[in-house]
Design a protein around this ligand. Structure first.
Ligand code: AMP
Length: 537
């Protein structure tokens, strides 16, 4: 445990686990926790004694004290309380999600409301301490990774979490970019690399051009509701059905039995990445006439492949869409880098080989590469080895029209840093003293489906002036408005949207909800979508 002068670390702040890495003698490595593991569960809890605990200790109480155990914060951070994602997660997460004073989602822990950046700050603060103890000195700076699809609010919230943890966040970097860095940093490569990231709850794909230490993202895409949890659910359904056929017992009515089946399904899935067959066994899973009934269902790798093959195929459809959109030929991909635990599934690796005509790159660790890449970037920020990251915007940014439609200003996959300009539109109501421009980010043509970022409020006299949307290298938005002199940066206000627009949003939201309910009913209930929402990533 030699003391060294590392003062900056790379952090992969994950949905399920958080990893911290640092560079020593130009080699990045993961810092082990005090429990000897390389990962810290991203869980914060209030113990029965009233102490706030973080990591493994917090995770240990997830079943016994679910109301006071916060997990999956990465899915909530930087989201408005009234957003659809939060409203859906609210009914299914076991802890209380409430509205914070700023309108963002917050959590209630033992009667005190915590903002999500505060929750994530507790996790970051813990990894900071772990790194300080291991590296033998204070750590004051970090590079933190975020999913490529994170919008401006979510990125800002992670930056704030870092600050609250006492870290100056030198850079927010996209996870696939960090993974590519772990692979290609200082190797003098000239390659087109595809990062295939299949995590617990999400699938992401990014294509990067590596030219020396220039890492240029050329295309990104993904599905925020496709991941390991969907694979688990297929096994759960299979086990429930087999058990019912044999015993006529329906386990779906017993929450404890369901939780046990779910855990066993995931364990079986992971075992089947190494073995050809397993037996899922749950003693005393139910009672019948006062007597315990055991569950015993054998499962082969072949059966697992048949149950989940379409999920794997869906990832390739997404890869193809991303490549086609940018006119990139499959055969031009030089390397495929795997990220995310679910990418360890042998079927995934076989299908990658078939689909791209080459096997995925060995030697890049799917769980660790994101943190390692962040550490490399952190170390290189002030050095002569420094890297150039040319990232791409994963979701369009634009503003809302009075009709409830979304007017795109910066397109998806647009290179960042970038500046795009437009003219201040007239007030929604003729004669109104102010123009309000509500800024959104998202893929939908309707603002109701996109994420609200903030409002630019200007006097009506500003109509026709130039507005610049400037995106910096962290994909963060800065808004400038042309005035008498130099364009001035404006701080985004929260919405004071005209009544017409508010009404329109409410109507669209109601319509969407009805459509969703209809679709869910057709699919046999909300169950599957709920389970997906609970997945990590
Ligand atoms: P991540 O979000 O990257 O931590 O990925 C977590 C997901 O990977 C979970 O759904 C795990 O069940 C899954 N996973 C972890 N290890 C394996 C494995 N060896 N084979 C298949 N899936 C795995």
């Amino acid at each position: 445990m030699a003391a060294e002068k590392a003062r900056i670390v790379g952090i992969d702040l994950g949905t399920t686990n958080t990893l911290v890495a640092s560079v020593k003698n130009r080699v990045p490595r993961i810092v082990p926790t005090d429990r000897g593991t390389l990962i810290l569960p991203s869980v914060v809890a209030l113990s029965p004694k009233g102490d706030l605990v973080v990591g493994g200790v917090a995770k240990d109480q997830i079943l016994t004290n679910p109301k006071n155990t916060i997990y999956g914060a990465k899915r909530l951070i930087g989201r408005k309380y009234d957003s659809r994602v939060v409203q859906e997660l609210k009914s299914y997460f076991t802890y209380d999600i409430v509205e914070g004073a700023d309108g963002d989602a917050a959590v209630n822990l033992g009667g005190r409301v915590y903002r999500l950046p505060e929750v994530s700050a507790m996790v970051l603060s813990q990894v900071k301490t772990i790194a300080e103890q291991f590296l033998g000195g204070p750590i004051s700076e970090a590079v933190i990774t975020v999913p490529a699809y994170y919008n401006d609010n979510q990125r800002q919230a992670v930056k704030e979490a870092g600050l609250l943890a006492g870290l100056s966040v030198k850079r927010i970097v996209n996870e696939p970019t960090a993974a590519a860095l772990a692979y290609g940093f200082n190797r003098g490569l000239d390659q087109k690399v595809l990062v295939y990231d299949l995590g617990g709850g999400t699938f992401d794909v990014s294509v990067l051009q590596l030219t020396g230490n220039v890492f240029e993202v050329t295309a990104t895409g993904g599905d925020t509701f496709l991941g390991g949890i969907d694979f688990d659910n297929r096994i759960v359904d299979f086990v429930l059905e087999s058990f019912k056929k044999e015993t006529k017992i329906d386990l779906t009515q017993s929450p404890i039995a369901m939780q046990r089946v779910k855990n066993a399904a995931e364990a079986a899935k992971i075992d089947l990445s190494l073995m050809q067959n397993v037996v899922i066994e749950l003693p005393f899973v139910e009672e019948r006439k006062g007597k315990p009934v055991d569950l015993k269902v054998p499962l082969t790798r072949e059966q697992l492949n048949a149950l989940t093959g379409d999920l794997v195929e869906r990832t390739f459809q997404i890869c193809d869409e991303v490549l086609t959109e940018k006119g990139i030929a499959r055969s031009s991909i030089d390397e495929i880098i795997l990220v995310g635990g679910q990418s360890r599934m042998p079927l995934v690796q076989q299908r990658i080989h078939q689909h791209f005509g080459k096997p995925p790159r060995k030697g890049v660790h799917p769980d660790e590469c994101t943190a390692l890449g962040a550490a490399l970037l952190a170390e290189s920020l002030d050095s002569i080895d420094s890297v150039t990251l040319l990232d791409a915007l994963s979701m369009p940014i634009g503003y809302g029209l009075p009709t409830g439609r979304f007017r795109k200003i910066v397109d998806k996959n647009h290179r960042v840093p970038a500046t795009k300009s437009f003219r201040v539109p007239p007030p929604a109501k003729p004669g109104a003293p102010f123009v309000e421009i509500d800024i959104y980010q998202g893929d939908s043509e309707f603002i109701v489906d996109n994420e609200y970022l903030g409002t630019v409020k200007l006097p009506a006299a500003a109509t026709g002036r130039r507005i610049d949307f400037k995106l910096d290298e962290e994909c963060l938005l800065h808004v400038y408005v042309e005035g008498a002199g130099e364009p001035k940066e404006v701080k985004l206000a929260t919405r004071d949207t005209p009544e017409v627009l508010k009404k329109m949003i409410a109507e669209q939201l109601a319509k969407r909800t009805q459509e969703d309910e209809r679709a869910a009913a057709e699919k046999g209930g909300l169950f599957s979508s709920i389970k997906r929402l609970l997945g990590g990533g």
